[in-house]
Design a protein around this ligand. Structure first.
Ligand code: DAH
Length: 340
């Protein structure tokens, strides 16, 4: 028996496997149910207990040898056939290369920037973690203004206060401190407010701030600039109106509404049946704000505005739930590829 095992072992070692066919022949001859090795296991049952001990071990080794040889040859053959061009099916459809697309808020932001850049506004940026002075005090917020309180503002540290900016108006202050007029900039960015998350409110959102400070800048410049913006953004038929309002940092201040795009001014749910939707706050820069930035209000005047990018996007695409913008649902996001 031992002799027989040894001679088969020599055969197995010498067996040349060069193709799938020879691999299959090898399997049939040695490993398969009726192959030589299983037959030897049957024979093993017939030999004496003494002989069985040694022969059993040899036979197990042989089995291992044959199986290993089979497996390694099989992987080698698979690998080489995968890279052989003869097996590539050129008629198969290609696997699509999914490149993704811009987020709707980015699309809107770029479009807003484009409109204002054509009017000569440059792009400016400021920190999201801000101190009280840039976010409130320099903007003429009185010490007891409710926006400073805990329920609206995320404070990081108290005394001295460090907070997440509640609006992009902090960048106005940084710009006016850094450079002399003329200043004509737009400042997009993320802002934070401590609000419960719902379809209409979120703890963070995006704004674009605008600032134009120079000699002889008047309210008419503000009106015409934002009218032009609304037309570029929403089409020539858009109507715009200014409602008197209050912001500590502008005087006079106005809220800007545009005619509702959904119902064309006839009244619907989006415009709460008024025919108008609010898109921005604006006004003439308050003399105190200019003074806080060492700009002489007798020499220079300016206008400023701030709009929510989510709101501008909502009106472009009729998105009625703010949460969709930050949920990263691919089914929502991929709809904005070709719209703009
Ligand atoms: N900062 C205001 C807000 O977050 C928006 C705003 C209103 C900005 C009027 C301005 C402005 O620059 O002039 O509600």
């Amino acid at each position: 028996m031992e002799q027989k095992i040894k001679s088969i072992e020599a055969e197995v070692t010498a067996f040349a496997i060069s193709s799938k066919e020879t691999l299959e022949n090898f399997r049939l001859k040695y490993i398969s149910k009726k192959g030589l090795i299983p037959t030897l296991f049957d024979d093993l049952k017939k030999v004496s207990a003494e002989e069985k001990k040694n022969a059993g071990k040899l036979l197990n080794d042989l089995k291992q040898l044959a199986e290993n040889k089979f497996k390694t040859s099989q992987t080698e053959l698979d690998d080489s056939s995968a890279s052989s061009s003869a097996d590539i099916d050129l008629s198969l459809p290609v696997i699509p290369n999914r490149v993704g697309n811009q987020h709707p808020l980015s699309l809107t932001r770029y479009r807003i920037i484009e409109v204002f850049e054509k009017l000569g506004f440059n792009l400016a940026d400021g920190p999201e973690i801000e101190d009280d002075w840039h976010n409130f005090t320099a903007l003429n917020f009185p010490p007891n203004h409710p926006a400073r309180e805990m329920q609206d503002t995320f404070f990081i540290e108290k005394n001295p206060d460090r907070l997440l900016r509640t609006h992009t108006s902090n960048v106005q202050i940084r710009l006016m401190k850094q450079q002399k007029p003329p200043i004509r900039s737009i400042m997009p960015g993320r802002v934070y407010r401590n609000e419960a998350i719902s379809a209409r409110a979120h703890c963070f959102f995006h704004q674009v701030e605008g600032l134009y400070v120079d000699k002889n800048v008047g309210f008419a410049d503000l009106k015409q600039t934002l009218y032009h913006f609304a037309q570029e953004m929403y089409g020539k038929d858009i109507k715009i109106r200014y409602r008197p309002s209050f912001f500590p940092f502008t005087e006079p201040s106005a809220e800007i509404d545009i005619s509702c795009l959904i119902c064309k001014g006839n009244g619907c749910n989006i415009c709460k049946h008024s025919g108008w939707v609010e898109i921005a706050g604006s006004g003439m820069v308050h003399p105190n704000v200019l003074k806080n930035c060492n700009i002489d209000p007798e020499e220079y005047t300016g206008f400023a505005f701030g709009m929510g990018i989510e709101r501008v996007t909502q009106l472009l695409f009729q998105v009625n739930d703010l949460r969709l913008y930050s949920e990263n649902d691919i089914r929502f996001l991929k709809q904005f590829k070709t719209v703009m």
